[in-house]
Design a protein around this ligand. Structure first.
Ligand code: ADP
Ligand code: MG
Length: 346
């Protein structure tokens, strides 16, 4: 996929040259970063905050496919996926480290593109890249990112705080990333069978962006703070609404009722799912990779969130013995099962 570009072999720079080349443009923006790239460890100072740390490992052909994921998007998304975990604790992300394993055949320009995406994400979310590791890989591209953030001790929100009677809320809309992936997979198959045919992705920008360029919901953490709402529980939607609801129910020892007609689904997601003979509700429940935030609030906070177009109230928490269920549009109650987006099942 790099045919038309000038290629520079990694050997020409060597490991230290490559690290220097990739990190020289970094500008530190966070007060808490005392020392970034360049020593044996980064030094951070959070004074009286609690520190949040979260890591993800992304492997080529398990988590991403370089045949349709542009490298810049890959870098951008790899960062978003990690920041999302920090926001899901009701915290603010402030630093990341980036570790990459790359084949020596991978041209420098390709690594640069990944870093363009990583640095753009850092810039957009005011996060400092403070370190990492660089090594060669024989088995495809590997990217591991660790995100570090902070939160006031009295503001941290766990999965475990939901109480019977709390309202279940979700940000944004669901299912788009999964339907976007189906579209990319279909075009890949068509391309593999007949490379002459150009991909037909016209007018599908929204769902393609949901898949290729997700945006972690820092804005929701800021919004809830400004509304003076502290959720009782919180989780980010990486594996699909069903699986995340079950995580909250298990950790909080509660059950839930959600209503199918309240699940936010964008019209393009809806229509494209139908074109693929998929049930849009199933895409929202089991699709995954939307990186929206699922949270519960005390009923007394309802008035503070009810007019916000970016937050949907989709149901409520019930006692554990009532189980987890969805009420369908026709009024039938279905048990919610854990069929989140599992990469091992692909
Ligand atoms: P060490 O031998 O102590 O592991 P390295 O030579 O691997 O040190 O790294 C030197 C510096 O460059 C460190 O500050 C490290 O955090 C940083 N670094 C290494 N690889 C990366 C990378 N891929 N992205 C950002 N910083 C990196
Ligand atoms: Mg190292």
């Amino acid at each position: 996929m790099f045919e038309n570009k000038d290629k520079t072999h990694i050997e020409q720079l060597g490991e230290f040259g490559l690290i220097e080349h990739l990190t020289k443009q970094i500008k530190i923006v966070q007060k808490s970063t005392v020392k970034g790239v360049g020593d044996d460890a980064a030094v951070l100072d959070f004074t009286n905050k609690q520190v949040l740390v979260s890591t993800d490992l992304l492997l080529e052909n398990i988590h991403f496919d370089l045949r349709y994921v542009p490298l810049k998007h890959l870098g951008y998304k790899a960062v978003q996926v990690n920041l999302s975990d920090i926001y899901a604790m009701n915290g603010i992300a402030s630093q990341i480290t980036v570790s990459i394993g790359i084949s020596s055949k991978f041209p420098i320009e390709a690594v640069e593109e990944i870093y363009q995406g990583i640095l753009l994400a850092c810039d957009n979310f005011q996060v400092d890249l403070v370190g990492g590791d660089t090594t060669s890989s024989l088995q495809g591209l590997v990217i591991s990112i660790t995100a570090i953030g902070h939160v006031d001790k009295n503001k941290v929100v766990y999965r475990s705080g939901a109480k019977s009677g709390d309202l279940i809320c979700v940000s944004g809309d669901l299912g788009g990333a999964y339907v976007g992936l189906q579209l990319l997979e279909r075009e890949k198959q068509i391309f593999l069978e007949n490379p002459e045919i150009q991909p037909d992705l016209e007018g599908k920008d929204y769902i393609l962006e949901r898949q290729l360029k997700p945006e972690a919901r820092k804005d929701i953490v800021v919004l809830l703070d400004s509304l003076e709402v502290k959720p009782t529980s919180m989780i980010d939607i990486s594996d699909g609404l069903a699986s995340e609801l079950l995580h909250i129910c298990k950790a909080s020892e509660v059950g839930c009722r959600i209503y199918e007609d309240k699940i936010p689904i964008d019209p393009m997601t809806y229509h494209t799912a139908v074109d693929f003979s998929l049930d849009p509700t199933v895409c929202a429940l089991s699709g995954g990779e939307d990186y929206e935030i699922l949270f519960t609030i005390n009923q007394k906070d309802y008035d503070k969130v009810k007019n916000d177009l970016d937050i949907s109230v989709i149901g409520h928490i019930v006692d554990k013995n009532e189980g987890a269920a969805m009420i369908s549009k026709s009024g039938i109650q279905h048990a919610i099962t854990a069929q989140g987006w599992n990469h091992f099942n692909k």
